[in-house]
Write a protein that binds this ligand. Structure first.
Ligand SMILES: CC(C)[C@H](C(=O)O)[C@@H](O)C(=O)O
Ligand code: SF4
Length: 467
């Protein structure tokens, strides 16, 4: 047998049909659904009088539009948001799929809920009408974001039409230095590849620094594969993965667990597998980073200065000029002198328990800068409960942070948590596009520890100075 990558192995195990031009029909093991990209898909099923083909493999949760304030049981004020969430309530009921409504403690961001509940497991194909489905690749699952018409196709058939991508290996060798996290890895990789560097590829992240990451960290890395343009990101499952999955509500049990483990242990790229592209970074070389512009590739170590448009080539010169203008930054100023108004810690990139622990570590016994708006939004109700149990929530509220209920929140402006024009935010989310957090809002992406450091000083800050 010819050597295969992990991606090849999962792909081959799921091809139900291959057409002459290489277009394949892939079997889908898990279909995650949220309120934004599913209403028309369910409507399509209704119109053609079709059921959901595999309701037992279909899991829905509202996340983007839900308010995260403590009074949210009073309902959603914005009409469009309310309609979307109500539609999901109804569709989940009518079609008999698994559902975690807003009132359920297990509700949260779909990419946090799936793994937490044991829906996401090694070797699976996982899809969701959401680009950050890449997150689930952390388990050695092939996880694609899909569009609304594909959501309907998967609901109806439990299959997806796909062409195979190329194989790309991103290796992070050695160890990370203190203060450097999974978020710094994933942003640094995009800094090297650019947002188009992964186009046409599925990325497998490997190397000692990746192996050393917890599942939470691995999810942070894979979450942003899509920001690097890749179809999906993957990490081969190992003992860390198995330990995380074991005992989760929907993970296999007993003999089924043993049988699953037999297969999961084969899920790694063969030594002499073919890679179409390879990128290697040294873990020791990665610094705590922040973004300065309006694309995730606009990333620099916190010790750097704001770049000048002339530092770039080609079309990027104009893009950098526009980005600096939008961000209200002057070339040459130290990034660590950029003052902020808001801090947002949360999102499917960094809203897990380990992220909150990292923030609490920095915030313990400290206060946020006077006048700053700061919020911590756990990725799920269960993350929230655990953070309360561990005393983290107390640290956050003592420091002056708002302690919210689970949802996408200020990651994107689809709910009441938004920036005002000109407001500047240190954010742990994954996108810094113009208007992403609210019209005219300015976003600097970074790790939870870095965001916590910025909250204390009121400006972008090298977390290593506070450690
Ligand atoms: C709303 C949804 C379709 C979108 C996505 O696909 O990623 C959102 O989650 C985002 O992060 O921009
Ligand atoms: S947290 Fe942000 S990136 Fe993640 S699914 Fe929600 S909106 Fe998209």
């Amino acid at each position: 047998m010819s050597p295969k990558t992990l991606y090849d192995k999962i792909w081959d195990a799921h091809v139900a049909h291959e057409a002459e031009d290489g277009t394949c029909l892939l079997y889908i093991d898990r279909h995650l659904v949220h309120e934004v990209t599913s209403p028309q898909a369910f409507e399509g099923l209704r119109m053609s009088d079709r059921p959901v083909r595999a309701p037992d493999k279909t899991i829905a949760v509202p996340d983007h539009n839900v308010p995260t304030t403590l009074d949210r049981e009073n309902g959603i004020e914005n009409e469009e948001s309310r309609i979307q969430v109500e539609a999901l309530d109804k569709n989940a009921k009518d079609f008999g799929i698994h559902y975690y409504p807003v009132s359920d403690v297990r509700q949260g961001i779909v990419h946090i809920v799936g793994p937490e509940q044991g829906w996401t497991l090694p070797g699976m194909t996982v899809v969701c009408g959401d680009s950050h489905t890449a997150t689930h690749g952390a388990f050695g699952a092939l996880a694609h974001g899909i569009g609304t018409s594909e959501v309907e196709h998967v609901l109806a058939t439990q299959t997806l039409i796909q062409k195979k991508s190329k194989n790309m290996k991103v290796e992070i060798t050695g160890r990370l230095r203190p203060g450097v996290t999974a978020k710094d890895i994933t942003l640094s990789v995009i800094g090297v590849t650019g947002t188009a560097g992964g186009t046409g590829y599925v990325i497998e992240y490997c190397g000692e620094a990746i192996r050393d990451l917890s599942m939470e960290g691995r999810m942070t890395v894979c979450n942003m594969a899509i920001e690097g343009g890749a179809r999906a990101g993957l990490i081969a499952p190992d003992q860390t993965t198995f330990d995380y999955c074991k005992g989760r509500p929907h993970a296999p049990k007993g003999a089924q667990w043993e049988a699953a483990m037999e297969w999961w242990k084969t899920l790694h790229s063969d030594d002499d597998a073919h890679w179409d592209k390879v990128i290697t970074l040294k873990g020791e070389d990665i610094a705590p980073v922040v973004t300065w512009g309006t694309s995730p590739e606009d990333v620099l170590p916190i010790t750097a200065n704001v770049p000048a448009p002339e530092d770039f080539k080609g079309g990027k010169i104009e893009a950098a000029r526009r980005a600096l203008d939008y961000m209200g930054l002057t070339a040459g100023m130290p990034l660590s002198e950029v003052k902020i108004d808001t801090v947002f810690i949360g999102s499917c990139t960094n809203g897990r328990i380990e992220d909150l622990r990292a923030a609490a570590e920095i915030l313990k016994g400290k206060k946020i800068k006077d006048g700053l708006r700061a919020m911590i939004v756990p990725g799920s109700g269960l993350v929230r409960a655990q953070a309360e149990e561990e005393g983290l929530a107390q640290i956050f509220t003592d420091a002056g942070f708002e302690w919210r209920l689970a949802g996408c929140s200020m990651c994107l402006a689809m709910n009441p948590d938004q920036l005002s024009p000109g407001e500047r935010c240190a954010a742990t989310s994954n996108r810094n596009f113009e208007g992403r957090q609210g019209r005219g809002g300015r976003t600097h992406l970074m790790s939870p520890a870095m965001a916590a450091a910025a909250a204390i000083t009121g400006h972008l800050t090298d977390v290593r100075e506070l450690m």
